[in-house]
Design a protein around this ligand. Structure first.
Ligand code: T4K
Length: 417
């Protein structure tokens, strides 16, 4: 027997962690501040519909993004859908296939066809050259995504949008608190959206926002968010219910207040991963630009052939150890329904996205993960890679079997530890 394989949980050893280490464990701000805000809300008996906490949250988010308007919503997906409506997009919109499926779904939900443009493998973001190639008379806009909070090629995309007279929007769900060229994400294009989902850098349990400097666009978005109501009985447009609740804003404000601590922890964790993975062949930690504001909310590695085992093999090894790494955004939105059925084979030729979707693994970080945890996790990765092909051959399941099939233990303690 091969000594390098002894004790690995995937081959029958005890797991390195007795409780799961998650990607996306929520960060919690000051509990007392949160409860005080909720108390105030209960006293006021004002729970939603633009209450004082939502207004305060909107002001804070607008100021971080460096824009005049923030329209807070019940989640990031509704922020996208409302923005798409408010801008008046129709027919076709060019976007990236390497994103959470909410991005193309929010277009399709409005009857728009998302046209996928392949990505730049270096940044994981939409490739401007591919965007320009795909513009047709049916194109009504461009929707970029700042994946992992690393900015899109904003200037190149803006130049293309201007050249063709198209609105440029960004899904900045990962981007609050990050900058591009020293300018904060949230202030690019015609408008951008944020997500404040539980797993995000700043969370409001569930929440989202549209941010923009365009007064008319903000006004249209506010109407659509509240059924089109201009006042108590005047409906001025088609609308939906996309409002953020006061309890969500209470969490959002408390989370915002703690953001310097979240950033410090994320940076510390990133450095621990960098040390732990230094010199491991075939496992590359993605870079964050030291010249920019970065939240480093995502620890992402690319696993290539020189690791000796595949990304899926590594994922399987880690899951057995209770390290619940995620394959975001496998297999790419162009291979998800309804897009894979609706669109022709041309649309499926996304070589960069396909390669990256097979290589990317997102690892646990955030305030729920300690430096000691990261030493264990990177130690496991080192071991797996050093055993490489021998380990891959010994794995109990066929390669490619989705690790997502492994159930999450239902009996977790609140501290997740
Ligand atoms: N655009 C982009 C680029 C996005 O990434 C997203 C959301 C959106 C748009 C849409 O925004 P929202 O409508 O969601 O506001 C998660 C999140 O649900 C989703 O918000 C996020 N992107 C996406 C990247 O990740 P799942 O299905 O992978 O989440 P889930 O439930 O598996 O949670 C991830 C991990 O976090 C798990 O290991 C468990 C842990 N967790 C999760 C929650 C909710 C906790 O420990 N506590 C919790 O409360 O999508």
């Amino acid at each position: 027997t091969d000594a390098r394989l002894t004790g690995l949980a995937v081959l029958g050893g005890a797991p390195a962690f007795d409780r799961p280490r998650h990607v996306g464990r929520p960060n919690l701000g000051d509990r007392d501040r949160l409860l005080a805000r909720i108390d105030g809300m209960l006293d006021r008996l004002w729970f939603t519909n633009g209450g004082p906490l939502v207004q305060e949250f909107e002001e804070a988010v607008a100021s971080i993004a460096g824009v005049r308007h923030c329209v807070a919503t019940c989640n990031g997906t509704l922020a996208l859908e409302i923005l798409i409506r408010a801008v008046g997009l129709t027919d076709e919109v060019i976007t990236t296939p390497f994103t959470f499926v909410a991005t193309p779904h929010s277009l399709r939900w409005q009857g728009i066809t998302p046209v996928f443009a392949d990505i730049d493998p270096r940044t994981h973001n939409i490739d401007p050259a591919q965007v320009e190639r795909l513009i047709t008379p049916r194109t009504t806009g461009i929707l970029g995504v700042h994946v992992w909070g690393r900015p899109c090629a904003v200037d190149d995309l803006q130049a293309i949008a201007d050249r063709h007279g198209l609105p440029l929007l960004f899904d900045a769900s990962h981007g609050l608190g990050c900058s591009s060229g020293g300018r904060m994400i949230g202030s690019f294009g015609a408008a951008e959206t944020f997500s404040f989902h539980a797993t995000k850098f700043v969370n409001a349990f569930e929440g989202g926002a549209i941010v923009t400097d365009d007064d008319d666009l903000a006004e249209r978005a506010r109407l659509i968010r509240n059924f089109g109501f201009a006042d108590y009985d005047q409906v001025r447009s088609l609308g939906t219910n996309g409002k953020m609740s006061e309890v969500a804003a209470a969490m959002g404000l408390t989370s915002l207040e703690a953001r310097d601590r979240f950033i410090a922890v994320n940076h510390q964790n990133y450095d621990a991963y960098r040390r732990g993975l230094d010199g491991v062949p075939g496992v590359e930690l993605i870079f964050y630009d030291d010249e920019e504001a970065t939240t480093r909310q995502y620890i992402v590695v690319e696993v290539d052939e020189s690791a000796g085992l595949s990304r899926d093999d590594l994922c399987q090894v880690l899951w057995a150890e209770n390290v619940l790494a995620r394959r975001y955004f496998y297999p790419g939105c162009h291979r998800a329904e309804p897009y894979v059925s609706e669109q022709g084979p041309d649309q499926l030729r996304m070589p960069m996205t396909d390669r990256l979707a097979a290589q990317v693994l997102t690892l646990p970080t955030g305030t729920g993960v300690s430096t000691a945890d990261i030493e264990v996790i990177t130690g496991l990765v080192r071991r797996a890679v050093s055993a490489g092909p021998a380990l891959a051959a010994a794995l109990p399941r066929r390669p490619g079997t989705p690790p997502a099939a492994v159930p999450v233990p239902p009996d977790e303690q609140p501290d997740g530890g």
